[in-house]
Design a protein around this ligand. Structure first.
Ligand SMILES: Nc1nc2c(c(=O)[nH]1)N[C@H]1C(S)=C(S)[C@@H](COP(=O)(O)O)O[C@H]1N2
Ligand SMILES: [Mo]
Length: 300
């Protein structure tokens, strides 16, 4: 690897852990206050709010295999058996196979990285992830020259994932990256957060983190990685291609059809926080070269 990753964020930028853990509640409280025209109050009890299903689906997405309600993943995700865990790596690789997570971790350098993380609904956080570079895993299995994309697949376990009975998305949840995006040193496979193992609702035991893209690209509880020569399916793009493109780069100039993406709110910025301008690629200018010559309003 030519260079390891560097960063301008420090521990003082980190969103406090309790705010991260309760973000859905905080976002709901603030949004409801705004809708009612009153003052947003974080004291609003979660149960007093009944956002409709559509709002739930679009605004508070999190881990739909455990349900679309904002509290569902936290309530049900512990049912997922995360140990033992193995990942099938197939397609255009020299050493395809089923790798145990243990085996993978024994070969990877575990790092802590503080990333800006932004959900599609214009809320941002600064989160410390623990994990390794996806590029190192790809090197471990040997990517063949014909590979242009990487596809990812989440576990499909109806017995452990009550949300699978609802056809809100096509199951299993899938995502994809172009090979150069996948190999970029910013792209990581996370196994922990705030120096602790990932919680079930955060995608234990292994999830993707791509800090210059919207949150839904960060596929959780990954069981399969496929190297291919064709653009892989991505769940939200499949569900609604007009609203969710394959790339999903954070881009203040490309609005979501139903809301502006030009500003965002930082969780933990206080009750009367102002919206701040969204940064191109979430502020990670070093990835701009990956998209040179592309029309990002077409390939959004
Ligand atoms: N398998 C799977 N991965 C998923 C999702 C999901 O429903 N299923 N939701 C996505 C969405 S919409 C977001 S915003 C992020 C949220 O990650 P977080 O809960 O750690 O904030 O996970 C993404 N990864
Ligand atoms: Mo999301």
């Amino acid at each position: 690897m030519a260079y390891r990753w560097t960063n301008d964020l420090t521990t003082k930028d980190i969103t406090p852990e309790h705010l991260y853990l309760n973000r859905r509640q905080i976002m709901t409280g603030l949004a409801a206050g705004a809708v009612a025209g009153g003052l947003a109050s974080p004291a609003i009890a979660q149960d007093e709010l009944t956002p409709n299903d559509y709002d739930d689906i679009t605004n508070y997405c999190n881990f739909y295999e455990f349900g679309t309600g904002k509290g569902d993943p936290a309530k049900h995700a512990h049912q997922l058996t995360t140990s033992p865990w193995s990942i099938e790596i197939d397609g255009l690789v020299d050493r395809p196979g089923t790798y145990s997570l243990e085996q993978i971790l024994s070969e990877m350098t575990i790092e802590k990285r503080i990333y800006r993380f932004r959900c599609v609904e214009a809320w941002s956080m600064v989160v410390p992830w623990n994990g390794f570079e996806l590029a190192d895993l790809l090197d471990m299995v040997g990517v063949q020259t014909g590979a242009k994309y990487v596809g990812f697949e989440t576990a499909l376990r109806p017995d452990e994932m009550p949300g699978l009975r609802y056809p809100v998305l096509e199951w299993p949840y899938v995502e994809g990256l172009r090979i150069d995006e996948a190999r970029h040193p910013l792209t990581m496979m996370a196994t922990g957060i705030y120096d602790k193992p990932l919680l079930g609702q955060n995608g234990a035991p292994l999830r993707l983190v791509v800090p210059w893209k919207y949150g839904f690209k960060s596929i959780k509880s990954i069981v399969r990685i496929t190297l291919t020569d064709r653009e892989p399916k991505a769940s939200w793009n499949q569900a609604n291609a007009r609203e969710y493109g394959f790339y999903s780069n954070v881009n203040p100039q490309v609005d979501h059809p139903r809301w502006s993406q030009s500003t965002e709110r930082r969780i933990g910025g206080g009750l009367f926080q102002r919206r701040q301008p969204t940064l191109m690629f979430n502020g990670y200018d070093e990835v701009a070269g990956l998209y040179e010559g592309m029309d990002l309003s077409e390939s959004f």
